[in-house]
Design a protein around this ligand. Structure first.
Ligand code: PLP
Length: 397
């Protein structure tokens, strides 16, 4: 009987796992399940990127690379930051990792001392609280509201700041809400962070998925003072449909970048060499596929939002970015459908799965029990059919 690590025992299992495991089991039994659970594009990786990966294998580019990534990829990342975000970095500021999640983990490990507080907004991406705890920090939550587009203000930040506050994690465009902070709002947050000497981890993984007239702005591009205390996180997964290749990257001031690179050199070493070569093509090659995928997501979003708001008892806002819709089901709370009382988002998700063969993620996984999250990273046909099934069930209430 061993005493396992107290810190590690505090890490929660993924709440979403339960429902996705159930959905998988049903599928395996031959049930026609429609899943709105996906956290990844349903498109294949663009051909030019795949070919660059194959070429890397065939040319024997299959050995260790420098731990923090290939210089050629770092240069491509620097060019991307300059072109897309008006940010000037040198390769020494860049760390390439095995996915953006790994980049965030390195960043938190590099900055967190025991008991340091790190601010995140609710609803949050499932991994933030657990990654903060793994690094020895304490997650501090700011609840956001649908009527404020799920965004927080300086007043909210002032309410939770203490002398232990070390950093905020900003995620715009946001998973799960689709919230997008505009330049004005980012300026205010930047001023606040500079004034209070608080670091910013800016998770910009959904930057390419901003819809309508919205554009993504990196908080680091506001001025040099905020750039110096911001760790920008981005990666290949969402924009280039490369989730399985596992490439993320971070940009930070030289000192932070060095510590992140040291951590990585002793844990994972370099991310997959083949994926790094493919990513150079992704960033430097033809960008038409990024734009095409975005157009498809935008069409699906428009369709999904209208269809949800047509269902009595459900409502949602039009998210500005990413590929998720947070569906408000508070009008159904404590109603009974198929003899089951809906008390929580998990009850509602289970009902939709068991009676409608539709998988959704309960909002409690993101810290908000009034919502379920539907991903529109699935075909228009699935969206149509899945929403019909949801409507049929919900309107029994
Ligand atoms: N950040 C957010 C907000 C995400 O939603 C995800 C993936 O779901 C990631 C980071 C991690 O992406 P990856 O590790 O695949 O690059």
């Amino acid at each position: 009987n061993f005493n396992l690590s107290k810190k590690s025992l505090e890490i929660s299992p993924s709440l979403t796992l339960d429902i996705t495991a159930k959905a998988k089991a049903m599928k395996a039994e031959g049930v026609d399940v429609i899943s709105f659970g996906a956290g990844e594009p349903d498109f294949n990786t663009p051909k030019n990127i795949v070919e660059a990966g194959i070429e890397a294998i065939e040319q024997g580019k299959t050995r260790y690379t420098p731990a923090s990534g290939l210089i050629e990829l770092k240069e491509a990342v620097c060019k991307k930051f300059k072109d897309d975000n008006n940010l000037s970095y040198l390769p020494e500021n860049i760390i390439i990792s095995s996915g953006a999640k790994h980049s965030i983990y390195n960043a938190l490990m590099a900055i967190t001392n025991p008991g340091d507080e790190i601010i995140i907004s609710v609803p949050y991406w499932v991994s933030y609280p657990e990654l903060i705890k793994l690094a020895g920090g304490i997650p501090v939550y700011i609840n956001t509201k649908e009527e404020n587009d799920f965004k927080y203000t300086i007043n909210d930040l002032n309410r939770v700041i203490t002398d232990k506050t070390k950093a905020i994690i900003l995620n715009s465009p946001n998973n799960p809400t689709g919230a997008l902070y505009n330049e004005e709002e980012l300026k205010e947050i930047a001023d606040w962070a500079i004034k209070n000497n608080i670091l910013v981890i800016s998770d910009e993984i959904y930057e390419k998925l901003a819809y309508d007239e919205e554009t993504h702005v990196s908080i680091a591009s506001i001025n040099n003072d905020i750039k110096d205390i911001t760790i920008v996180i981005n990666g290949m997964s969402k924009a280039y449909a490369m989730t399985g290749w596992r490439i993320g990257y971070a940009a930070a001031n030289k000192d932070i970048a060095k510590v992140m690179s040291n951590i990585q050199s002793h844990t994972t070493s370099n991310p997959c060499s083949i994926s790094q070569y493919a990513s150079i093509e992704g960033l430097a090659g033809d960008q038409a596929s990024v734009e095409n995928m975005k157009k498809a997501f935008e069409q699906r979003r428009n369709f999904m939002v209208d269809a949800i708001n047509d269902i009595k008892g459900l409502s949602c806002q039009k998210p500005k970015g990413a590929f998720y819709v947070m569906v408000n089901f508070t009008k159904l709370k404590n109603k009974t459908i198929y003899n089951k009382k809906i008390k929580s988002s998990l009850d509602f998700a289970n009902l939709l799965l068991e009676k409608g063969n539709v998988a959704v993620i309960p909002g409690i996984a993101f810290g908000d029990d009034d919502y379920i999250r539907l991903s529109y990273a699935t075909s228009m046909g699935n969206i149509e059919e899945g929403l019909n099934r949801i409507k049929e069930i919900v309107e029994r209430a």
